[in-house]
Design a protein around this ligand. Structure first.
Ligand SMILES: Cc1cc2nc3c(=O)[nH]c(=O)nc-3n(C[C@H](O)[C@H](O)[C@H](O)COP(=O)(O)OP(=O)(O)OC[C@H]3O[C@@H](n4cnc5c(N)ncnc54)[C@H](O)[C@@H]3O)c2cc1C
Length: 474
């Protein structure tokens, strides 16, 4: 009997497994593929995800494998400088191959004690009052207290749960792959300059060792149900650019669409959904992996609290209450960005107007904060603007604030030096630091780094400790 079975060992599943293991939850991750994926698409880790990695002591390990880029220019690919005053110690984009980030997160989960079984597809499940019986494709049955579907956009768990997945089907497919080219770099650069602005999505980008990343619209080629071929790429390149650049020797070829859908519910009883299983949208802005990892970060400590028995009654339901609106907002911004990439005159005019507006730093910053997820404010009720937002990393007397969050516990940062976490000390750490660079007396941080309380009154603090961390142990 496991506490939690996770379907899917993608970035969301691994992150969730690691978060649960921080609280000694018995976790089994079931992954249908026998080997990790080999599609080397580069994804961007945005600021909030980098902050999460710093909060769990993973950032240095991850950063070694990626390239830092400016935190700018990713809203509808409108080129603008980094906005002033981005309030983060990690205000950059980290470009990193998706298989690498997946491997690092899986290793992290295993190091913390999660079990991962590959070649095991979840085929169905039954839930009752005590737990969930999970059925594998080979007929084997496993039992756990909770099941979380992190099994991607075509999620079996979501389908078997009967949760609706409303939204728009894919309208435009795009071919993406890596291959060698048969023409000089200058010829490619000249074509990109000529066509790159008007024929989106279209690019050939050098990827090192003579290999190019190629993206071209898929309109009209072959059957969607079939994997794309090199001939599909050649044909589409000729249609768009008038030449196929002599592409040959593909490393991998894929196709993705722009379907946009959001699960109606993230939880039914003992079964939950996270990551692409709960939401899909076009890759513009590079948000999907980030959103999934952040779902896992929100859910992990709450589900652990439920299993350890100290969760306040409504805590687990705050997962959907907080994360569903965030996904709604991401879906909306990708819809807007998709329109802005259209070559029709109307959207092009809106794009020109927005390009002008983004010269106002506040507009540029608002959009970058949206994409990088540092603008999120959960609804924790009335209070100062910081309440419900994440707290940036700060210098504190022991070093960096985020270094004190590695164990996934709550933290009281007390500038008054008069407060105490009392009977919650088994779940919440305490740091007295009158010199911390905060303009409020004290803050209570949840394990995900969001500000759950601000103030200086012990009774008020105790009420909020109860709200988020349940009854005191003594
Ligand atoms: C071209 C492209 C570019 C992108 N660029 C970015 C980017 O720059 N930044 C970004 O944040 N996102 C990007 N994304 C999106 C990102 O790749 C996904 O959002 C991310 O992979 C979702 O992670 P996940 O763990 O939720 O799901 P997945 O990565 O889909 O993982 C699900 C896992 O579940 C397994 N599985 C499926 N069914 C079962 C089953 N029945 N039983 C057991 N296991 C199962 C699968 O094999 C898989 O390993 C991009 C996507 C595309 C297509």
């Amino acid at each position: 009997m496991f506490d939690v079975i996770i379907a899917g060992c993608g970035p969301t599943g691994s992150m969730l497994a690691a978060e649960l293991r921080l609280h000694d939850v018995r976790v089994l991750v079931l992954e249908k593929e026998t080997e990790p994926v080999s599609f080397v698409r580069i994804v961007g880790l945005h600021i909030r995800s980098l902050e999460l990695m710093a909060m769990r002591g993973l950032l240095d390990r991850i950063r070694r494998h990626g390239r830092q880029r400016p935190a700018a220019g990713f809203f509808a690919a409108i080129p603008k400088p980094v906005p002033k005053g981005l309030d983060s110690a990690y205000a950059y984009l980290l470009g990193i191959p998706q298989p690498v980030i997946e491997r690092l997160l899986e290793e992290h989960a295993i190091e913390l004690g999660a079990q991962v079984r590959r070649g095991c597809a979840v085929a169905g499940f039954e839930q009752d009052d005590e737990g969930v019986t999970v059925e594998l494709a080979n007929g084997e049955q496993l039992r756990s207290r909770y099941l979380v579907g992190c099994d991607g956009g075509r999620s079996t768990v979501r389908k078997r749960l009967g949760v609706g997945f409303p939204g728009e089907p894919s309208r435009n497919d795009t071919l993406m792959g890596e291959m060698e080219v048969g023409v000089p770099q200058e010829e490619i650069a000249a074509k990109m300059t000529e066509l790159g602005e008007t024929h989106r999505p279209f690019w050939l980008r050098p990827f090192g060792r003579g290999i190019y990343s190629v993206v071209v619209p898929a309109a009209g080629v072959s059957d969607r149900a079939e994997p794309p071929t090199l001939e599909d790429f050649q044909q589409q390149l000729r249609t768009v650019a008038g030449t196929d650049f002599g592409v040959h020797s593909p490393r991998w070829l894929s196709r993705f669409g722009d379907a946009t859908r959001l699960a109606e519910r993230y939880r039914v009883g003992r079964v939950l959904l996270a990551g692409d299983a709960a939401h899909i949208h076009p890759p513009i802005g590079g948000q999907g992996l980030n959103l999934g990892v952040q779902d896992a970060f929100n859910l992990g400590w709450k589900l652990a609290a439920q299993i350890r028995g100290w969760a306040p009654e409504t805590l687990l339901d705050t997962y959907q209450a907080e994360r569903h609106p965030v996904a709604e907002d991401v879906l909306d911004n990708t819809r807007a960005q998709t329109e802005l990439l259209s070559s029709e005159p109307g959207p092009q005019a809106v794009r020109r107007l927005l390009t002008e507006l983004m010269d106002f730093d506040e507009v540029n910053r608002h959009l970058i904060e949206k994409i990088t997820a540092i603008g999120i404010r959960y609804d924790f009720g009335q209070g100062p603007d910081l309440l419900g937002r994440r707290l940036r990393d700060l210098d504190v007397k022991q070093g960096h604030l985020y270094d004190l969050l590695h164990r996934g516990r709550g933290l009281l940062l007390d500038r008054t030096e008069r407060l105490t976490v009392g009977g919650w000390s088994d779940r919440v750490d305490y740091l007295a630091d009158p010199t911390a660079a905060l303009d409020v007396p004290s803050v209570l941080l949840r394990p995900d780094g969001h500000v759950a309380w601000i103030g200086e009154d012990q009774q008020d603090l105790d009420d909020h400790l109860s709200r988020w961390f349940g009854k005191p142990a003594h």
